[in-house]
Design a protein around this ligand. Structure first.
Ligand code: 13P
Length: 254
């Protein structure tokens, strides 16, 4: 039985004061009854330290949005996995489509980042997803399979158990147009079959596969009811505590 996991990807939003306000509101308003769902908050790097302090002794977990695969060295502007651990992160988003498209991150680079996260005991939230053009060409499954295979290269059965997969169709991100529950479920069950082929049935049964792309309070219930959708990776709607909590409550219930 998989528990749900909801992560809020703040992207490049919220300065330190805004971060304090948002985390304080989430902590204040989230109900104790949300015991079936794990909640992860992923602020920008500049707010991680503050967030880490605020999240101590709470049921909320801290994640980052990116890392560099090297341990240390001459990589101006970059942050290592060890630094993220040191500031209190337990999770890290890797391979987000905005990183892939805006910053030219390749599957090979994403694979290195996943390996580095795992080696430093961070749980990666590994994002995959097709563009609108790829969906319209009918090659969604091929694209997804490729991203999974290349991203998870050399990651063994023990390590994959520490990964969360997030299916985020690129055409649904920030567009207000979510995948229908059926469209998402179709890809999630394909993903589970792919993971069974690569690893084993028990691994594929246990792995958390989140859906991301315009998740809102209005569509969360339907999405969370799908058998292979194990939570959400939320962008825009996580910047407001009310809407984020409504999504968490839907994940907790369904
Ligand atoms: P939106 O929820 O704003 O579509 O963003 C989704 C996303 O990219 C989460 O990582």
């Amino acid at each position: 039985m998989r528990n749900k996991v909801v992560a809020g990807n703040w992207k490049m939003n919220n300065d330190i004061n805004e971060s304090i306000n948002l985390i304080s509101a989430i902590k204040r308003d989230i109900t104790d009854s949300c015991t079936n769902v794990k909640v992860i908050i992923c602020p920008p790097f500049t707010s991680l330290d503050t967030a880490s302090t605020l999240l101590k002794n709470s049921n909320l977990f801290l994640g980052a949005q990116n890392l560099h695969f090297a341990e240390s060295g001459a990589y101006t502007g970059e942050i290592s996995a060890e630094m993220l651990k040191n500031v209190g992160c337990e999770y890290v988003i890797i391979g987000h489509s905005e990183r892939r498209t805006l910053f030219n991150e390749s599957d090979e680079l994403i694979n290195k980042k996943l390996i580095s996260a795992l080696a430093n005991n961070l749980f990666p939230i590994f994002c995959i997803g097709e563009t609108l053009e790829q969906r319209e060409k009918g090659i969604t499954f091929r694209v997804i399979e490729n991203q999974i295979k290349l991203g998870l290269k050399d990651i063994d059965s023990k390590e994959i158990k520490n990964c969360i997969i997030a299916y985020e169709p690129v055409w649904a991100i920030g567009t207000g147009k979510n995948a229908t529950p059926e469209q998402a479920e179709e890809v999630h069950s394909f993903l589970r079959a792919t993971l069974e082929n690569l690893y084993s049935k028990s691994i594929s049964d246990d792995i958390i596969i989140q859906y991301g792309g315009s998740v809102k309070p209005e569509n969360a219930k339907e999405l969370m009811q799908m058998p292979n959708i194990d939570g959400a990776l939320v962008g825009g709607a996580c910047l407001n505590s009310d809407s984020f909590i409504k999504i968490i409550e839907a994940a907790n219930k369904y």
